[in-house]
Write a protein that binds this ligand. Structure first.
Ligand code: ADP
Ligand code: ADP
Length: 237
């Protein structure tokens, strides 16, 4: 369902041109997870964000359901948000502190004019909260009143609001207590199975990537240096 071909992203820096993503190639089948692993700064996030058109790639192709989405216009990118979403590492940083849980989760529905009626939107928000295991009574709280695990559940509910097919999980448990990490990973796994989601799962944590991925791409200095089914990579070190 997703094929990345010769993806490049260069940054102009005071020290010269940085090849942050340098000729990256991979593909992912529907309903599967590709783990992207590698040390900090190797280009994982930039790869993910270029694929989602959250930043502009320097070159390459990203074929999503048969179309090169790197050619998409602004309007087409807006529509692409319905199919492709992101879950961030730090839900606190990505959630607006002045908005309630209900407003945050309902925002994509409002912005994309999927559900215009406020009451109807609130109903859908409650459904989404149930899907991610958030108690209904938290609907009017603010993200800073909640712990990291619940905040990440808000981020996940928000990402699910538009019924996407593909989700980029960018270090989704790295900021969480170890005890909460497993809960969130299990939730993401269950959602994948129930909703048929396709994931890219970015992490620097090898045990997390092994648990989560069907296939793993190892990045180093902007390049994919190894690509293998998860079992193979870990059985033959
Ligand atoms: P990772 O996600 O693997 O930690 P990133 O994709 O965030 O790595 O970063 C890859 C490289 O690109 C790093 O060297 C980083 O400093 C650099 N980089 C990322 N974003 C920018 C930017 N906006 N401007 C300049 N350099 C950047
Ligand atoms: P603001 O409301 O000031 O734009 P937010 O905290 O709501 O700030 O979000 C920061 C940015 O991240 C916004 O551009 C928002 O649309 C985006 N964002 C937040 N969550 C998601 C998500 N799950 N998928 C895609 N974009 C998101």
């Amino acid at each position: 369902m997703l094929e990345v071909k010769q993806l490049k992203k260069y940054f102009n820096t005071p020290k010269g041109i940085l090849h942050a993503v340098d000729d990256v190639n991979f593909s992912i089948e529907k309903g599967k997870t590709l783990g992207i692993v590698g040390e900090s700064g190797c280009g994982k996030s930039t790869t993910g964000r270029a694929i989602l058109r959250l930043l502009e790639a320097t070159d390459g192709e990203v074929i999503f359901e048969g179309k090169n989405i790197l050619d998409y216009s602004k309007k087409e990118i807006r529509d692409l948000r319905r199919d492709m979403q992101i879950i961030f590492q730090d839900p606190f940083a990505s959630l607006n502190p002045r908005k309630t849980v209900s407003e945050i989760i309902g925002e994509p529905l409002r912005l994309h004019k999927i559900i215009k009626d406020k009451g109807e939107r609130e109903k859908r928000v409650l459904e989404l909260m149930e899907t991610v295991g958030l108690s209904e009574r938290l609907v009017n709280t603010y993200p800073h009143e909640l712990d990291g695990g619940r905040r990440q559940r808000i981020g996940i509910a928000r990402a699910l609001a538009l019924n996407p097919k593909f989700i980029l999980c960018d270090e989704p448990v790295s900021a969480l207590d170890v005890s909460i990490q497993a809960q969130i990973l299990n939730l993401l796994k269950t959602l994948q199975k129930d909703l048929g989601l396709t994931y890219i799962f970015i992490t620097h944590d090898l045990s997390v990537v092994n648990y989560f991925s069907d296939e793993i791409a190892v990045m180093y200095l902007g390049k994919v240096v190894e690509k293998a089914p998860s079992a193979e990579l870990f059985d033959n070190p």
